[in-house]
Ligand binder design. Structure first.
Ligand SMILES: *Cc1c(COP(=O)(O)O)cnc(C)c1O
Length: 439
């Protein structure tokens, strides 16, 4: 047990059984916290975030526009994001000027595609994983269309081998080696949202660079979940949202990383917030961007969103940042896996396809180096009503997990606020629900 992060649930306000409409609480009161295993989807509210947002509302009420330059709490709105970037830089393994706190994930991905996707007649392919998050697929298709290319030709998707769910590293690297000269851009998710696979980011980045292509990462499910060293790995760019493991709240402000070697490059999508800080309010006609990722900022950011993010980032710092968070995560996820595979209805992955009676398997691999906090369970028989019934049953017990049609439920024991006890109770209820289902 890691004492540094063990007590952090006190720093969060977790949804209650009543709040999530748990109807069958056996050993807990309606106002007790539910078993919240969806930090991979929407992280919980930290008390610090709540305080900071309330303070910013207060400053808005009391000082109005003056808060931009003279803020009673020393968080001038023109520079408040500078309090987030040093912590974010540590979390993603980057230098501070390589990181910007801005925009939303999909918008930032569009910005990066506009900047880095420069197809030529020989080198025009975008390599991504099959079944990437839909928004990412739309972005890749948009940019192939923008360059007059049929996405069916320009976007190549990596699929697992028949009957498998995880992509094998050797298969990914083989495609990069074989198709290298025609690949303009390799962009995968750091941790895959559906399977929970943490890709071998360093090896893929290295192979991509060796093939002469640009390497970008979508870190939506990786940031705040697994340790990252974007700068040292020589990653060109990365984007992420912050409302998942970073707990910034629904629709929170997103993030962007660009390697410092691209410093001299200017954004093709200039906005006034990318302008040199001292020059922004001169309102001059010429755009002289801040060096590094922050030159890509476009608009003045939502202060309430930044305050919410900052609160959670301060808790990450208090926890000892990624080394401590990851240690706790390894412990929790390993413990959860150990409990799940002992359930009578657990079926090894190799036997899942043939299963005709109720059961479940885990499609997330068992190697801790190839996963973060999430375990994706596939309910069997495939294509039956199982998953929906299990999901309903879990909710009735106050176990909140994320479902993916048709057959998957994901449990994410989040290191910041979930406990070993949460894992035990969730698995106990899952067992009870599974036993009660008659297909
Ligand atoms: C969560 C997630 C998104 C969400 O995009 P927004 O622009 O934040 O709405 C996009 N891509 C991936 C891979 C995600 O996991």
């Amino acid at each position: 047990m890691n004492p540094q992060t063990h007590t952090l649930s006190d720093e969060f306000v977790l949804p209650t059984n009543k709040g999530v409409h748990a109807t069958r609480q056996l050993d807990q009161a309606a106002d007790d916290p539910c078993i919240y295993l969806v930090g991979n989807s929407l992280g919980a509210l930290s008390k610090r975030s709540e305080t900071l947002v309330k303070e910013e509302l207060g400053v808005w009420a009391s000082t109005g526009v003056e808060g931009h330059f003279a803020h009673p709490l020393g968080r001038e709105w023109t520079t408040i994001q500078d309090q987030c970037t040093p912590i974010l830089a540590k979390i993603v393994g980057a230098k501070e000027p390589e990181v910007a706190c801005m925009g939303t994930l999909t918008t930032n991905l569009h910005l990066m595609m506009t900047t880095f996707y420069k197809p030529t007649s020989e080198r025009f392919k975008i390599l991504c994983e099959a079944k990437a998050f839909p928004s990412d697929q739309y972005v890749f298709a948009s940019h192939s269309n923008l360059h007059g290319r049929d996405p069916a030709e320009a976007v190549i998707e990596l699929s697992p081998r028949a009957g498998e769910y995880f992509l094998r590293s050797e298969d990914i690297l083989a495609v990069i080696a074989e198709q290298g000269p025609s690949i303009a851009l390799v962009i995968l998710s750091g941790v895959q949202y559906y399977t929970g696979q943490w890709f071998p980011m360093q090896a893929i980045t290295r192979a991509t660079k060796a093939a002469g292509a640009i390497c970008g990462w979508d870190l939506a499910h990786a940031v705040g979940n697994v340790p990252l060293s974007l700068h040292d790995w020589d990653v060109d760019f990365a984007v992420w949202c912050t409302y998942k493991y970073l707990n910034s709240g629904p629709g929170g402000i997103a993030g962007l990383y660009i390697h410092e070697k691209w410093d001299a490059q200017q954004t093709p999508n200039a906005g006034w917030w990318g302008q040199e800080v001292g020059k922004r309010f001169e309102m001059g006609p010429t755009f002289r961007p801040i060096k590094g990722a922050q030159g890509y900022q476009q608009s003045n950011p939502c202060i309430l969103a930044i305050a919410a993010l900052l609160g959670s980032l301060q808790i990450f710092e208090k926890a000892g940042l990624m080394p401590a968070v990851r240690a706790r995560s390894l412990e929790l996820t390993g413990y959860l896996e150990g409990l799940l595979i002992k359930l009578p209805l657990f079926v090894p992955l190799a036997e899942a396809n043939a299963r005709t009676t109720p059961g479940f398997t885990i499609i997330t691999g068992s190697d801790p180096e190839a996963r973060g906090a999430q375990l994706s369970m596939l309910f069997l028989p495939i294509g039956s009503e199982m998953m929906r019934q299990v999901s309903k049953g879990l909710t009735s017990f106050g176990v909140i997990a994320d479902t993916r049609e048709p057959d998957v439920i994901r449990f994410a024991p989040t290191p910041m606020y979930n406990s070993l006890r949460d894992c035990e109770r969730a698995v106990g209820y899952l067992d009870e629900v599974l036993r009660s289902i008659k297909l």
